[in-house]
Design a protein around this ligand. Structure first.
Ligand code: GLV
Ligand code: MN
Ligand code: MN
Length: 410
């Protein structure tokens, strides 16, 4: 099989240039001008490979290589091309462009798929605009309440409807949902975003389980005032309450009883945001994950107790909103086996693993048998500009993906 790793690397580099922050950072937020430009660029690549395209009402793009039995449920691969602020160029992109290269490699060897093969570019895997990750795959899997979706607002107050109009997405959101059985299988290629493969000198990871993510927003209302004039006793500082809650999140994750619980307060806004004004309001967003739902729930309960205590002690109002609370996904053993066997057949070292990051696969797993192929990335770094996977590692991932797609579509 001829994988053109050099061409794939050139495409990864080219796509990275479409960014709202300068290189080496990559930023492509859902339906920003850069995201729209990247989508147009990608569609040209799909077209050049002779793939038939469909775009659904939320902008998920499906590029199909029609099989000899086109009525059979297709085999799909893919990932996302949106990028959080100051990200790198590999997260998601390796799965989309690597998926395309896997298909092109199979075309070059004159393989005739029996089942159609589809590459999916999922809309907004990253939560940057609306605070909710995997928007496209959640809608595909039908796990979102459309009433709730209509209430989503970005920091500028724009709704998904406004942005869908900007992006010229046609159709009703109801139509995005796919029936269970629509796809025969889904396999996503991704950089590990963790240190294990590199540290242990392994070529390939095959994901058996994806950790359960949850996210919360806490809005705090205290009382503002002049930083010089309001004396310390009796202050109702919303910023300090938010800071204490962030520390409580760390504490809850550290003491959940599971080493796999992780808690992060990555969004922190205070108002009015002036050096000489006591913060009157605060908004923080908390990301909480675990491979085990019971210990994650335990950490959530500890955070809720801490929020109540801190709010009472500091005499502020604190309202907690659940942004999402998802169970873990268990990958399909038969696809895990297919991908592991593909790696082993090429003589590469392979390990079964857990994905601590979430992916569109988390939701695809609820509508079809799903697994993921991981490749090493330097230092395990991701969501930062120096994210890096070598072209050799990417090539191996693409070969394992292509071999897996070949056997799933045959
Ligand atoms: C995906 O980007 C995640 O935050 O796990
Ligand atoms: Mn990401
Ligand atoms: Mn990703």
């Amino acid at each position: 099989m001829s994988v053109d790793a050099a061409a794939l690397q050139r495409e990864i580099d080219e796509l990275a240039e479409i960014s709202s922050h300068p290189a080496p950072a990559v930023t492509r937020v859902l339906f920003s001008d850069e995201d729209l430009q990247a989508r147009a660029w990608l569609k040209e690549k799909f077209e050049a490979a002779g793939l038939a395209m469909r775009e659904d009402a939320v902008g998920n793009i499906f590029a199909r290589w029609t099989g000899t039995e086109p009525d059979l449920p297709a085999v799909a691969t893919g990932s996302h091309t949106d990028a959080i602020p100051h990200a790198g160029k590999y997260d998601g992109v390796v799965g989309v462009l690597g998926g395309l290269e896997a298909v092109r490699a199979l075309q070059r060897e004159s393989f005739q798929p029996r089942r159609s093969l589809e590459i999916i570019m999922f809309t907004a895997e990253e939560p940057t605009r609306f605070g909710l990750g995997c928007l496209g795959s959640r809608l595909l899997a039908g796990t979102l309440d459309l009433e709730e979706v209509s209430k989503l607002r970005d920091p500028e107050g724009r709704s998904l409807e406004d942005l869908r109009a900007k992006a010229k997405c046609r159709g009703e959101l109801e139509s995005v949902r796919l029936a269970a059985g629509h796809f025969h299988a889904f396999v996503e290629l991704h950089i590990e975003q963790g240190p294990i493969l590199e540290r242990e000198g392994l070529d390939i990871g095959v994901v058996e389980k994806i950790a359960a993510p949850a996210a919360f927003r806490v809005c705090i209302a205290g009382e503002g005032g002049h930083a010089g004039a309001v004396l310390m006793p009796g202050r109702r500082d919303a910023g300090l309450a938010a800071s204490e809650i962030a520390l409580a999140v760390e504490n809850a994750a550290l003491h959940s009883g599971s080493p796999d619980t992780v808690g992060t307060t990555g969004v922190f806004h205070i108002e009015p945001g002036a050096i000489n004004s006591v913060p009157a309001r605060a908004m923080i967003e908390i990301d909480l994950r675990d491979t085990n739902l019971a210990t994650r729930n335990q950490a959530e309960a500890a955070i809720r107790d801490a929020v109540a205590d801190i709010a009472a002690r500091r005499k502020v109002d604190a309202a907690i909103e659940v942004i999402n609370s998802d169970p873990p996904a268990i990958c399909a053993p038969e696809i895990v086996e297919t991908a592991s066997a593909a790696a082993a057949a090429r003589g590469w070292s392979v390990s079964r693993m857990v994905s601590r990051a979430y992916h569109d696969s988390l939701f695809m797993a609820s509508i079809c048998p799903t697994a993921m192929i991981f490749i090493p990335c330097r230092g395990g770094w991701s969501h930062r500009p120096d994210e890096f996977s070598s072209v050799e590692a990417i090539e191996k991932g693409v070969r394992v993906l292509a071999d897996s797609l070949r056997s799933l579509a045959a």
